[in-house]
Design a protein around this ligand. Structure first.
Ligand code: TYC
Length: 114
């Protein structure tokens, strides 16, 4: 917290020492934490299915979706997006439910940023 503090003393006959003290308190608005949504690689989920997931649930265009899918395939995981806790939770649930309904082992998780 940043404060401007003034300590005054009476130095002249006109100055009775009764001074105003200005105190500034920086207004602080806490930002809600953000969450990374991660897609994990596995050996069985078809590449086209992962691309469809990225397009459908994250609004990612086809070319970028292919790039992200290939990053997950090669590196093991990738961040798909960063969202509020509620939105991240919804995305994870949508992806996990969609994968389960199609009997694919695709895993999607979320992780608090920083
Ligand atoms: N590794 C999968 C395959 O070779 C493709 C894949 C990519 C699976 C990304 C999951 O999140 C994933 N069919």
């Amino acid at each position: 917290m940043q404060r401007l503090d003034v300590t005054a003393m009476a130095d002249t006959p006109e100055d009775d020492g009764d001074v105003s003290v200005v105190t500034k308190t920086k207004p602080k608005t806490a930002r809600p934490p953000l969450y990374k949504v991660l897609l994990l690689n596995d050996d069985y989920t078809p590449m086209e299915f992962v691309v469809m997931v990225l397009e459908r649930f994250f609004g990612i265009g086809h070319s970028h979706a292919v790039e992200i899918m290939l990053t997950v395939h090669k590196k093991g995981l990738a961040v798909v997006g960063v969202f509020s806790h509620e939105i991240a939770e919804t995305k994870v649930a949508q992806v996990m439910d969609f994968a389960r309904r199609h009997q694919h082992p695709l895993q999607c998780t979320m992780e608090k940023e920083e």
